[in-house]
Design a protein around this ligand. Structure first.
Ligand SMILES: C[S@@+](CC[C@H](N)C(=O)[O-])C[C@H]1O[C@@H](n2cnc3c(N)ncnc32)[C@H](O)[C@@H]1O
Length: 315
């Protein structure tokens, strides 16, 4: 089971045209997709993507002529849409990160809470598993990943310990990795400051790196404005600060008319064309209500941001 975060809020922000074409870039178990479908009329269409073969199987169970699902990264959205002869869409939703079935299925190896093989791939049909990567990565690269994607201040010490331990025996289970990390991070200072499991940041970092999460997001966001019809919406839900920072910066820059000197005698339309402003921000960042967090703890770190495609004067 995956309990969808910001379900009503995201779909309300996204579906502004019942007859429009929408993309759910992160199908998961289809919580958002099903509600989007319920808001569309017979002319509407929904195209979903996910990297995870299990998500694809779940999506294929939806028998609705207005819906289809593609196996792949949302990074491939422009080429996949072209292949389907879809030139513009009316909205795209990115509900980032991992789903509950990924986290809670021990065999997927995403979580230190369950003992399982150290896999962590969203797309189990390709790429290195976490165990394979940990067996070959250099200590310097490992420390960089843990520091940059986990914002972990003990990154260097954790990387050194992992490299030491893998010489004794390969690190192939979630619990082995969690214990190694905990043996470094389990300082009194850490416990006083932080109620998180000591391996939380390291697991997040390795997962983000292996699945190229930030890289794919940073390459996908700039492609969205040109895919959207005027009035079309980009809705992104992030679950950690690095992701949210990227979404926030992208939307602010794409919505920024301030790249031109102030006071030029230009009409609004001309400012947009010259500044290449393609989006406008819709509202502020939205966070789940307390009630939602009580029911679904995963919602506590969610932040949703919305932007709308506007005319650049050249459309
Ligand atoms: C938070 S879940 C989405 C849950 C979904 N909104 C629901 O209501 O069921 C994130 C999903 O996005 C997928 N995913 C993450 N990054 C992706 C990417 N770059 N391309 C395609 N799918 C991705 C994951 O495999 C996971 O199934």
């Amino acid at each position: 089971m995956h309990v969808t975060v910001l379900l009503q809020e995201a779909v309300a922000a996204l579906v502004v045209k019942p007859g429009g074409i929408y993309v759910d870039g992160t199908f998961g178990r289809g919580g958002h997709s099903r509600l989007i479908l319920s808001r569309l009329n017979e002319a509407g269409r929904l195209i979903a993507f996910d990297k995870d073969p299990d998500a694809i199987s779940a999506g294929e169970a939806i028998k609705d002529p207005r819906f289809c699902i593609k196996h792949g990264s949302f990074l491939q959205m422009p080429s996949m849409l072209r292949a389907m002869a879809v030139s513009r869409i009316d909205g795209v939703l990115l509900d980032l990160g991992v789903s509950s079935p990924q986290l809670e299925e021990a065999s997927r190896g995403f979580s230190f809470r369950f003992t399982g093989p150290l896999d962590m791939r969203m797309d189990t049909s390709q790429g290195l598993t976490a165990a394979e990567w940990l067996a070959s990565v250099t200590e310097t690269d490992l420390a960089r990943v843990i520091r940059d994607y986990g914002e972990e201040r003990f990154a260097r010490q954790i990387a050194r310990k992992i490299v030491e331990e893998r010489m004794r025996q390969p690190i192939v289970t979630t619990s082995a990795l969690a214990e190694i990390v905990a043996s470094v991070v389990r300082s009194r200072e850490h416990q006083r400051e932080n109620k998180q499991h000591p391996a939380t940041r390291t697991f997040q970092a390795i997962r983000v790196h292996l699945n190229r999460e930030l890289e794919e997001l940073s390459l996908t966001l700039p492609q969205c404005p040109d895919l959207l019809n005027l009035g079309g919406r980009l809705v992104a839900i992030s679950f950690h600060s690095l992701e949210d920072r990227m979404v926030k910066r992208f939307m602010r820059t794409a919505a920024d008319a301030d790249v031109l000197p102030r006071g030029l005698p230009l009409r609004e339309k001309e400012v947009r064309r010259l500044s290449r402003q393609k989006l406008k921000l819709i509202g502020r960042a939205v966070r789940p209500e307390k009630q939602e967090i009580i029911i679904n703890a995963r919602a506590r770190s969610a932040v949703m941001r919305v932007a709308e495609r506007i005319s650049t004067g050249e459309d």
